[in-house]
Write a protein that binds this ligand. Structure first.
Ligand code: SF4
Length: 452
């Protein structure tokens, strides 16, 4: 197997462009200028709220999350978050705007108690009412849900409930450090169904440590049996700064033996040979998509299938992939302000202190050139499996078929893309490894950048 096919350390997922490593403190001037000016006409605005608490840290997780905060800390954090939203509300950028979408992400938003959530919802809505928003998404960890908490979410207008199931095997959930077990998945799902949320999404991860074909088939079948409106399948990465990556880094030349049938050595360190390679993970995603297609699901992006494409939209994703603005609130959150990428300070103390001083807690930013905005949208929209040249002609005045003819030609030769009658479509092979082929559209100076 080539090194490229092994699951090495690092991120492969292309979430934005230019890469985060190009964002810096100098860009903050542009961010503040953008906030001090009226918005671009006809640009939707969203609000992302980062809730950085989890019951325990999953071994593959690289997000800014805390597992050791008490109720008083949570209160301090929520006050800071509210202050941040207030500061946004006062800017010319957001002053007169309505929200198109809201996204509670994490971390684990459902870690908050029903009382904490009730207070948060009320205070946010007093600043930015969301009853007219096209979508309100709330991420949940199944083990943190109770019926009354779900009732509070429903009453607050949450339309899209995203359940971080990841896997149905308790053994795999446990060895990857997840906090929940499978009975909690079924219990939470049934409560959510009974409350008639507009959309329930189930997240799965292909290639968790210890995954096997038999277990993966079982996970896909159990997902189909639950019949959620949307299913999202990610391929497991081994980013830097995770429990697993540190273990892999420290694996010694004389490893302790594996217990029979185990992915974890006797000293509880993950064995690198049990981390599935990329072709296997792609085969698992391919299998999941094929089985879901047989069950009536339709491909909505490289990661997501939906039961009814007419009814089931993902507004947050589509807005971002079409250049919407977003107030990214919370520690380390990412946002976009009138053509400027922004990220908040990524340490708790810095974030809360800045807000106590009454200042937006921006940490780094990047003003994105028009040509880069185009590349960004092209790459992100390619994740849906197709591009519409007319859209780019109308928005950017660019004929992408001509400008990127060489790149499209190369991808076509590689079997990843088809070009017919002015339509650009990814093949199945292209869609399965879209994040690997997107760097073809990076400008030369951003190729090979560490993606952090
Ligand atoms: S629940 Fe999500 S955010 Fe929390 S530790 Fe696990 S992967 Fe990270």
């Amino acid at each position: 197997m080539t090194d490229q096919e092994k699951t090495g350390l690092g991120n492969y997922f292309v979430a934005n462009y230019p890469p985060f490593s190009a964002w810096n403190i100098d860009g903050l001037r542009d961010a503040h200028a953008a906030l001090a000016a009226p918005p671009r006409p006809d640009t939707p605005l969203g609000l992302y709220l980062h809730i950085p608490f989890c019951r325990k840290r999953c071994k593959f997780c690289y997000f800014r999350v805390y597992t050791d905060k008490n109720a008083r800390d949570v209160e301090v954090y929520l006050d800071a978050l509210l202050r941040e939203i207030e500061l946004y509300r006062a800017t010319p950028f957001a002053r007169d705007r309505k929200l198109h979408y809201v996204y509670f992400g994490g971390g684990t938003p459902s870690y908050l108690s029903a009382t904490q959530l009730g207070g948060l919802f009320e205070r946010v809505q007093a600043l930015f009412p969301w009853h007219d928003a096209a979508e309100v998404t709330f991420e949940c960890e199944p083990g943190t849900l109770q019926q009354h908490k779900l009732e509070a979410l429903k009453a607050a207008g949450v339309t899209r409930l995203s359940l971080g199931v990841e896997n149905f095997s308790d053994k795999i959930l446990e060895s990857n450090g997840r906090a929940h077990l499978s009975p909690e998945i079924f219990r939470a799902y049934q409560w959510a169904r009974d409350l008639h949320f507009t959309q329930i999404n189930i997240d799965l991860i292909a290639g968790m440590v210890g995954e096997t074909w038999d277990n993966w088939r079982d996970c896909v079948q159990k997902t189909i049996d639950l019949a959620p409106e949307s299913v999202t399948v990610y391929q497991m990465e081994l980013p830097y700064n995770t429990v697993f990556s540190k273990e892999l880094h420290n694996v010694t030349a004389s490893p302790l033996p594996l217990a029979a049938g185990s992915a974890v050595r006797a000293d509880h360190v993950v064995d690198p040979d049990t981390v599935a390679d990329w072709p296997t993970k792609r085969a698992w995603v391919d299998y999941a998509f094929a089985e879901m297609a047989k069950a009536g699901y339709t491909v909505s992006s490289a990661y997501t299938m939906v039961r009814d494409p007419e009814k089931t939209k993902f507004v947050y994703r589509d807005a971002l992939w079409h250049g919407a603005d977003m107030m990214g609130t919370g520690v380390a959150s990412f946002g976009h302000v009138s053509g400027v990428h922004v990220q908040n300070l990524d340490r708790w103390e810095d974030y809360t202190e800045r807000l106590q001083k009454g200042e937006l807690p921006l940490g780094r930013a990047l003003k994105v050139a028009p040509n880069q905005l185009l590349r960004r949208e092209l790459m992100l929209q390619l994740k849906t499996g197709r591009l519409q040249p007319d859209y780019f002609r109308a928005k950017f005045g660019t004929d992408i078929l001509g400008t990127f003819a060489e790149d499209f030609g190369q991808l076509q030769n590689d079997g990843f893309l088809t070009l017919a009658n002015g339509n650009i479509e990814l093949t199945r092979a292209g869609l399965l490894q879209v994040d690997r082929i997107l760097p073809a559209f990076f400008e030369a100076e951003h190729r090979g950048a560490r993606y952090t």
